[in-house]
Design a protein around this ligand. Sequence first.
Ligand code: C5P
Length: 221
Amino acid sequence: MGSSPFLIIAIDGGAASGKSSTSRALAERFNLLHVDTGSFYRHITAELLRRGVSHTDSATLQATLAQLNFSTQLDGRSARMLIDGQPAGDEIRGEQVTSHVSHYAAIPDVRRALLGYQRGQVDVAREHRFAGLVMEGRDIGSVIFPDATLRFFLHADPAERAKRRAAEGRADSIATRDQLDSSRKTAPLVCPPGAIDIDSTHLTLEQVVEKMSALIAEKLR
Ligand code: C5P
């Protein structure tokens, strides 16, 4: 009897495409570490804004990034990034961070600063005896884990996505963020070749989770 493979599930997609709810449900069902890389970019953005480092000041940005120390704390099944030992505050979901994050995320130095940390979540998952991890973001299947067990790309109509955000009571610049994230030179938001493209516009969360779960279960067989 062979043991099950360590699962790496990549879920990419635009803002409010349903990545987080889907990832959390899969983490629960398959005993996976849930890693929301958007929260990492948001936390770095909050920290840089707090220190007054503009995304246009590359020298200061580089020097500041070199000083930041990243570690991980578990919150249930989710990985929380600590910067210099500090967890992110609620402000990472607020308007200021939301409207700035794509500008910082477009900078190669910022992405480079997070690359090894994101891949290192595999060690966190193994250390805590998860069966694998589910990582959501924009470049997980294209850059972070191109050899993931399964790579999904979630689509949804902009109107449906706006409705989802409004239902959460959150202000979000969905179209602007998607435009910035898709058009940047480094690690743009794309559905990479070979990834499984799912349009969730007319699907419920449960239906999306069922579709993905069936494919994951096949890998475990
Ligand atoms: O997923 P969420 O909407 O919270 O992500 C916030 C922002 O972080 C995105 O709009 C994008 O600019 C950036 N991001 C990224 N690459 C990832 C995850 C998030 O560039 N893997």
